[in-house]
Design a protein around this ligand. Structure first.
Ligand SMILES: C[S@@+](CC[C@H](N)C(=O)[O-])C[C@H]1O[C@@H](n2cnc3c(N)ncnc32)[C@H](O)[C@@H]1O
Length: 205
């Protein structure tokens, strides 16, 4: 969708770069007419790109309170019928999670930004919104066996920690434990460009 980037609040160049490849890898898994909840939508570029390219989807974007107004403005520009008004969700606040279930929960580049305590809360609170076969799809950088997948990710970690000591690239194994505790089964761990992963779990119910 050709929106002028100068008009997009919180425009993210990396979203622009990775949105198509994420969509291509996710599409085979997303059921038709799926209802999707996104955590940490920020500028909403992924939401707009996915909804534009797959009109049968219904997309519920969300983020912390301070990003909601920007999201609303960006979505007005996009003017897509399948893109719902964004809602406030801080993953750590159980009351913020919708009292409805979704086919897919999607979140990109969030686990290394939020604190580990919030990552734990996210996997705890996700239970309100999942049913049998719901997919939980997380995109971003991870460590495996305590090793970075690239030297650029190691440098990124230093940058993250200097900015916020509670943030940081997460260990895949620790996240996998949280997912298992939430009843999720790992379906796929896909190597993505720029040393990122796309992790897809399913709730078996
Ligand atoms: C780097 S941005 C990623 C934005 C977008 N998803 C992307 O891929 O570019 C990190 C996002 O995580 C969100 N985030 C951080 N902590 C959060 C929390 N506790 N609850 C919900 N979202 C959170 C931020 O508000 C921000 O939108």
């Amino acid at each position: 969708m050709n929106l002028d980037k100068d008009n997009i609040i919180n425009y993210s160049p990396s979203c622009e770069r990775n949105q198509q490849v994420i969509l291509e890898h996710l599409q085979p898994y997303i059921p038709s007419s799926a209802k999707i909840l996104e955590i940490g939508s920020y500028s909403g570029q992924h939401a707009i790109h996915f909804c534009h390219n797959q009109p049968d989807l219904t997309w519920q974007a969300s983020d912390q309170f301070q990003y909601i107004q920007g999201l609303e403005q960006n979505f007005r520009l996009a003017n897509l019928a399948n893109l719902l008004d964004p809602i406030e969700i801080n993953v750590a606040v159980a009351e913020h999670w919708p009292k409805t279930v979704f086919d897919v929960i999607y979140s990109a580049n969030t686990l290394h930004i939020m604190s580990w305590q919030h990552v734990e809360k996210m996997f705890e609170n996700i239970s309100a919104c999942i049913k049998a076969n719901t997919l939980v799809c997380i995109y971003g950088p991870f460590k495996y066996n305590a090793q970075y997948t690239s030297s650029s990710n190691e440098q990124f970690q230093q940058w993250l920690l200097a900015r916020d000591p509670l943030s940081g690239i997460r260990d895949f194994e620790a996240v996998q434990l949280l997912a298992e505790k939430a009843g999720l089964t790992l379906l796929k761990d896909i190597n993505m460009p720029a040393n990122n992963q796309l992790l897809i779990w399913q709730y078996k119910g």
